[in-house]
Design a protein. Structure first.
Length: 171
């Protein structure tokens, strides 16, 4: 027992470090730039140029509106915007609860679970076969439903070939 140690008290010696080790290494100056003004000015200029280009397109090209909506008359050729036409096509084939709630929810949950199902640590596309196959199937399904809903549906959501009269496409 050490001469100064009393029962119930404990002392720990963590280590002895020579004084030269306490001096910090000097860091070399890196090739950096401040966020302001270098980065933010460039972002502001690009945002203003994009806004000006959008205004210019809006002034040069006329985008007429249709007639005022009549609640007593619904046109037969009502279609969703192009990004929802695939879901509208799915609604034409399945029950609305299944097509509008269950199918999108299952796809989102599967996308959330995909990193846990495909445990391959590789970052190369050739090593991620499960993710590539599932992603390709999702894109093909979405693209197929969108193209069918956009170009093969006419009035009353009936099947119309693109070269037949009665075809309705609005861009």
């Amino acid at each position: 027992m050490a001469e100064r140690e009393r029962p119930g008290e404990r002392y720990r010696l963590l280590g002895i470090v020579p004084r030269e080790a306490l001096t910090q290494a000097r860091r070399e100056a890196e090739d950096t730039a401040f966020t302001w003004p270098h980065l933010l000015v460039r972002h502001t200029v690009v945002a203003l140029a994009t806004t000006a280009f959008t205004f210019l397109l809006a002034i040069l090209f006329n985008a007429p509106l249709k007639e005022i909506a009549n609640p007593n008359l619904t046109p037969l050729e009502v279609k969703a915007p192009w990004y929802f036409v695939g879901l509208q096509e799915l609604l034409a084939h399945l029950h609305p609860t299944v097509a509008g709630v269950f199918v999108p929810s299952i796809l989102v949950f599967f996308l959330l679970a995909l990193p846990y199902l495909d445990r391959n640590p590789s970052r190369r596309a050739t090593g991620r076969k499960v993710a590539i196959v599932f992603g390709s199937l999702m894109v093909a399904l979405f693209l197929g439903l969108t193209l069918v809903g956009m170009f093969f549906r006419g009035a009353g959501w009936s099947w119309v070939w693109p070269w037949q009269p009665g075809h309705y496409v609005e861009f």
